[in-house]
Structures are given as structure tokens and as C-alpha cells.
Design a protein around this ligand. Structure first.
Ligand code: SAM
Length: 238
């Protein structure tokens, strides 16, 4: 029994972990035991002497497909150690990752993350093990490991005790449905560009109003999709 948030990785490249998650915020949190990482090699679940995990796609075509039986054995092994946690396959075919889903995952006990390689994973194991599919964006990576790291970094920074100040998460992009307002710090003059006067006025009410207005402008101009959702939410709440 552990209080750590548990990340169980199923991958052909366990040596890639913790990788960048071993430094900075996530690395310190890993050392402190706020979260734990267990990366298993899917080849350990293969039974032939070549430890093969893939085979040619049914119906023909390029590349190879990860076998359902081997992936299922890896998932069953991870589930025996981590019950009641979602199994997530990182795939471009998945639902786009959102900050809302990151919060839900951070509030749970952990996750079992399946990293694909080759052309992907046999569909039958996705159905049979009730696997959630998540995409980190509309582009194709060579494997799911870096996508899993993206998801893990987003989760770990939300775990209690990881971020320096509890406040630092609240105003951030996506938290209230808006992008963040623009940021400034010293020097006061940078190549003829000054910090907006309101930010040095000492008037907290004006600073808040300015930040809200700037967050709304940035969201409207840069992310019409988020802006529409934000406006719709406001209308429903009125
Ligand atoms: N044939 C797949 C397709 O067209 O959807 C792409 C396979 S990709 C070369 C190999 C693996 O990289 C995938 O199984 C998945 O685990 C991972 N991957 C690639 N792009 C990703 C993305 N945008 N989000 C999450 N995982 C991704």
C-alpha cells in the first residue's frame, strides 16, 4: 500500500524513463515519493525466444502491429499491482488531452500507460481491457513514450506538494477556460518596451481587471474554439 501517485508504464523502451521526468519539479517529487514510476518492458511478456511483441497487420499493408495477447499480459500484470486506475493508450486516434482530464487523473491513485510503437496496437485488446485512448495532439510521433511523459508531467505538477505555491496553478491557461494573460518582469525598460503601467500601479483590483481582459483578448484571438466554449459556459451560468 502506498500514498504515492503511481505511474505504471508498458513500453518497449523502459530505459527512456524517467528521462526528463527525473529532473526539476517532477524529478524532485519523484525523489520525495510524491509519485512513483514503474516502467515494464512489454518484451518480458513475450513467450518466444526472440521476445517478439508484434506481427504483420491482418489485411496487409505496411508496418507491424503490437499483439493483443502480449499487451493484455502486460496490462493484467500492472493491474494486479494497481487496481482501480485507468489504463490509457497514448495514440493519435485518442481523445485530445485536456487540462480537465489531467486534473481528474491527478486526483486518482495513478494510471497504467501503454506506449505504442510500430503502427499501433491490435484493436481487440483495447476493447477487451476497456482501455481509454488519449492523444497529445494532431501529429504523429514515432512512439508513445514521449506522449506518456507529456501526460505524466502535466499530472505530476498538480499533485499536492509539487508546485511551490498553491496559487501558481489557478490563473494558468485552461484552468478557467481562458489562456493566461501576458507576463512581465524586470527590467522596467526592455529595448524601449515598458511594462504596462497598471502592473506597477500597486492597485490589485486594476491589475486583476487588466489580467482578465488580456486573458479574454488572447483567448478570443488565438483560440476561437476555447473562446466559444467559454462564452457558452458563461451564458449557461447566467
Ligand atoms: N499508425 C498510427 C496512426 O496512424 O494513428 C500511428 C502510430 S505511431 C507511428 C506509433 C505510436 O506512437 C502510437 O501507437 C502511439 O502510441 C504513439 N503516438 C504517436 N503519435 C501520438 C500522439 N499524437 N499522441 C499520443 N501518442 C502518439
Amino acid at each position: 500500500m502506498t500514498d504515492s501517485w503511481q505511474a505504471h508504464l508498458l513500453t518497449l523502451f523502459p530505459d527512456m524513463f524517467p528521462g526528463p521526468l527525473g529532473v526539476s519539479l517532477a524529478g524532485r517529487a519523484l525523489q520525495k515519493g510524491i509519485w512513483s514510476l514503474d516502467a515494464k518492458n512489454l518484451r518480458d511478456f513475450a513467450s518466444d525466444k526472440h521476445r517478439s511483441v508484434d506481427d504483420a497487420p491482418a489485411g496487409g499493408g505496411p508496418g507491424m502491429v503490437m499483439r493483443a495477447d502480449i499487451v493484455a499480459a502486460g496490462i493484467d500484470d500492472a493491474r494486479a499491482r494497481l487496481h482501480d486506475a485507468p489504463v490509457i493508450y497514448l495514440t493519435p486516434r485518442g481523445a485530445p488531452l485536456t487540462q480537465a482530464r489531467v486534473h481528474e487523473l491527478a486526483n486518482g491513485a495513478g494510471a497504467i500507460l501503454l506506449c505504442g510503437r510500430f503502427e499501433g496496437v491490435d484493436e481487440r485488446v483495447i476493447e477487451a481491457r476497456d482501455i481509454e485512448e488519449i492523444s497529445i495532439g494532431d501529429y504523429v510521433l514515432a512512439g508513445g513514450e514521449i506522449a506518456a511523459m507529456v501526460l505524466l508531467e502535466a499530472i505530476v505538477r498538480l499533485l499536492p506538494g509539487v508546485m511551490g505555491s498553491a496559487q501558481s496553478g489557478l490563473d494558468e491557461s485552461f484552468e478557467g477556460g481562458l489562456l493566461e494573460y501576458p507576463l512581465y518582469t524586470r527590467p522596467q525598460d526592455f529595448e524601449g518596451r515598458a511594462i504596462p503601467d497598471v502592473l506597477t500601479s500597486g492597485d490589485h483590483g486594476k491589475v486583476s481587471a487588466w489580467r482578465r481582459a488580456e486573458a479574454e483578448i488572447a483567448t478570443r484571438l488565438r483560440r476561437p474554439d476555447l473562446w466559444a466554449a467559454y462564452k457558452a459556459r458563461g451564458t449557461r451560468e447566467e
